[in-house]
Write a protein that binds this ligand. Sequence first.
Ligand SMILES: [Zn+2]
Length: 290
Amino acid sequence: MSDTPQSSSPLPEALEITSPAPLIDIGANLTHESFERDLDATLGRAQHANVTALIVTGADLEGAQKAQTLAGRYSQLYATAGLHPHHAGEWNPDLEARMRELHRTDEVVAVGECGLDFHRDFTPRDVQQQAFEAQLALAAESGLPLFLHERDAGSRMLEILREWRDRLSNAVVHCFTGDRKTLHGYLDLDLHIGQTGWISDERRGHHLREFVADIPSDRLMVETDCPYLLPRHLPAKLKGRRHEPALLPWIVRELAHWRGETEQTLAAQSTQTAASFFRLPMQNTTGQDT
Ligand SMILES: [Zn+2]
C-alpha cells in the first residue's frame, strides 16, 4: 500500500536515470529465473535508461541455449556460450560438440563464460583448468572473442593465457575484481576488462577506485552481471531490489567518477569498445543506422 499516485512512467522514480549516450551491458544473466516473468518489461526499462544492446551470459549448456534463443527473439540481445568454472565438472565430449554448434550460430558472439574461480572452489582446480583450456581451444578454433571469469585465480589465469594468447583473437576479463598487478598483467596481454558495480562495494571493492583509471578507454567495458551484484551506492529507494540492466547508468556514473571523466565520455567509449569487441552491428548499439 502506498499513498503515492500511480505514475504513467514504466520506472519507479529512483530508476529514472538515463545514460547520456547509448550503453552496452556486456554481462546480463537474463536467463536467470528472476527475469522469467517480466523480461519484456525489463528490456523496456533498459531501453528507457539508454541501454541499447545487451550480451546475455551463457554459463552452462542449458543457459547458453536459452541465451541463444533469447538473442534470436530480440534484436538488441546477443549471447555467449560457455561453461562457468562452477560447472566445470560437466565438461565432456558431447557438451563440447554442442557448444561448438552454438558458437557457429549468428546469435552467439563470444565463447564463455569460462575461466577459473579459486574463491569458492566449487569444482577441483585441475577440473576447472581442463574445462577452461578446452574452451580456449574452442575460441581459437572459432576465432570468437572470450568472455572470461576469474576470482582469486589471477596468477594461474595469467600463466594459462600467456601460453594461449597468440592463438586467441580477443578476451575480456569480465567483472575484474583483482589487484593492480593482476590488472596490468591482463593489460600487458592486450586483454579487455569488464567492470560492474563491485567498485561501489565498501566490503570488498573499494580497492578498485585506486587504479580503475589505469584501464585504457579502448579496453574498458561495462556490465551489470545482473541479477547478481546489485551496486551498493544506489539511493535508498533502490536498495534491496533485483539488479537489472536499467541500473547500468548508475555503475557508469560511479566508474566515471573514479576515472576522472564524464559519464558521457565513458558511456560513448565503452559502447564503441564493446561494439567492436563483440563485432556488433552499429545500428543495434546506438538505436540508429550509421
Ligand atoms: Zn563471472
